[in-house]
Design a protein around this ligand. Sequence first.
Ligand code: CA
Ligand code: CA
Length: 309
Amino acid sequence: MSALSGCFDLGNPVDENGNSRSGSGFADPPPSTPTENTAPRISGTPSSVAVIGSNWSFTPSATDSEGDKVTFEIENKPIWAEFNDVSGQLSGMPQLGHEGSYTNIRISASDGQLKSALPDFTVNVQSATTNTAPRISGNPPRTATVGQTYMFVAQASDADGDKLTFDIANRPRWANFNTTNGTLMGTPIQGDSALYENIVISVTDGQMMASLPAFSIDVSQVATSSVTLNWTPPTENEDGTPLTDLMAYKIYYGVTEGSYPNEIWIDNPGLTSYVVDNLAPNTYFFVSTSINSGGIESDFSNVASKVVN
Ligand SMILES: [Ca+2]
Ligand SMILES: [Ca+2]
């Protein structure tokens, strides 16, 4: 047998690295058959849960004993995912409407001749469990008038049904704010007429907040006028005796004759006129009294009326 050895043409056997084995003599046993191909090995464990609005991704790893180029295939690919047949990555972001189970997903690796697959797997797409910020809306009136009620109610909702609490920044001093129902309400009075700026109404679900754009409220006076009252200082008491100790006057007025809810104390008996201002349009009735040093107040004077436009 050994005599025949030299008759065998062994060609140029190459090793696994492609290097020629010629010259290595016959010490190595000759390869019995061409190297037998084996399928790639694929491994990896995909997450079984995907969340709507969040990215889901899985990339298997694969090796081939022969160093063959490996490509990937998929069966039953979820509609919301994309598959890369070079890297084997399956990824995507499920959207609303994709809720449910995606079953029998099979990813396999092939070396061109043989392939092997991961066990079939399932991905369950679930609704987001994370919190959603509340929403707030509304168009607050930008003007208010002295003496008139201002009211604005902010509208808010929360997709998660969370309990909502309102808040306000730069609340006008003449208004109250209800943190439960988002109502800003109040009646500006004399002296409140001004521009109230940078008012921000917001709502929170305890974790996240939403705000309306900052707004301003311009509080204006109603159109008012003044009335000048003139009188002649009394010189006699009601009993006809000389009045020598006049101390003060009082002016009473109202919009109904005989009813005078407004009083003005004039602490100067030397005055003979007085200007009543900030009168909104109406018809006013005025009476006056005089008061002596003993605190005795006279009866009402005759009534003077004035129409304020
Ligand atoms: Ca192979
Ligand atoms: Ca929420």
